[in-house]
Design a protein around this ligand. Structure first.
Ligand code: DX5
Ligand code: ZN
Length: 230
């Protein structure tokens, strides 16, 4: 269906700008800017108005990006029924599909279906969800996405309790012996990026801190410098 461009976790910090905070009037330009500034992935937030109290993009936005940018498309499904949406987003060109462990559909089925579609797999946990729930899933995972805000909106503040959550996920990944990315999403900026990386993150999503900055190129560089490779 699609050949995934996501690399394996390799100890380098990846920065994934979230287009939720981009100026959609100039989406193409915004994406080119972050690509030239050295972004590693492009984070695409999908919201269904049920799992979170907000709506965002559908598969057509992903297919519009596919082929126009070289950045791997990191698609975060904040939807109640991921089984309905995995195939459409895989066909649209997602390189990685992340589903929430708190969604209605059985997470193992969703992860197996993502794999069957030839796409890298991710699972996300909200603040307050017990990371131990990830333990039986590690064989199926390419990435864990730790939410450091309650999902639904850009521009919220990084929750301090996320550091403990990230540490717990990092130790579960270490015990699994597998190469699994640990991505952190929500309130990441040059001040919070080092906290997330010290706790064990190796991929950082940043929306408002990049796209709402006066100088997105500088903002991306500052986040990368604040979070030197581990
Ligand atoms: C929030 C989304 C995030 C959001 C992050 O529910 O999952 O990806 O775009 O935005 P910032 O970086 O502004 O917190
Ligand atoms: Zn996200």
């Amino acid at each position: 269906m699609t050949s995934s461009k996501m690399p394996c976790a390799n100890g380098k910090i990846s920065v994934a700008p979230s287009i939720l905070s981009a100026d959609l009037w100039r989406l193409g330009e915004e994406v080119q800017t972050v690509q030239q500034a050295g972004a590693d992935w492009l984070h695409v937030d999908i919201m269904d108005g049920h799992f979170v109290p907000n709506l965002s993009f559908g598969p057509s936005v992903v297919s519009s990006l596919k082929g126009k940018t070289d950045l791997p498309l990191d698609v975060h499904l904040m939807v109640e029924e991921p089984m309905l949406f995995i195939e459409p987003f895989a066909r649209a060109g997602a390189d990685l599909l992340t589903v929430h462990i708190e969604a209605k559909d059985e997470v193992v089925n969703a992860l197996r279906f993502i794999k069957k579609c030839g796409v890298k797999t991710g699972v996300s946990i909200k603040p307050g969800t017990d990371p131990a729930l990830l333990e039986p899933l590690t064989d199926l995972l390419d990435l864990v996405l730790v939410m450091s805000v309650n999902p639904g909106f850009g521009g919220q503040a990084f929750l301090p309790e996320s550091e403990e959550q990230i540490k717990r996920v990092r130790s579960i990944i270490a015990r699994s012996g597998r190469n699994i990315w640990l991505e952190v999403d929500g309130g990441i900026n040059p001040q919070t990026a080092p906290l997330a990386v010290k706790a064990g993150a190796d991929a950082l999503v940043a929306g408002s801190a990049i796209f709402r900055a006066a100088d997105p190129v500088l903002a991306l560089k500052q986040i990368r410098q604040a979070a030197p490779d581990i």
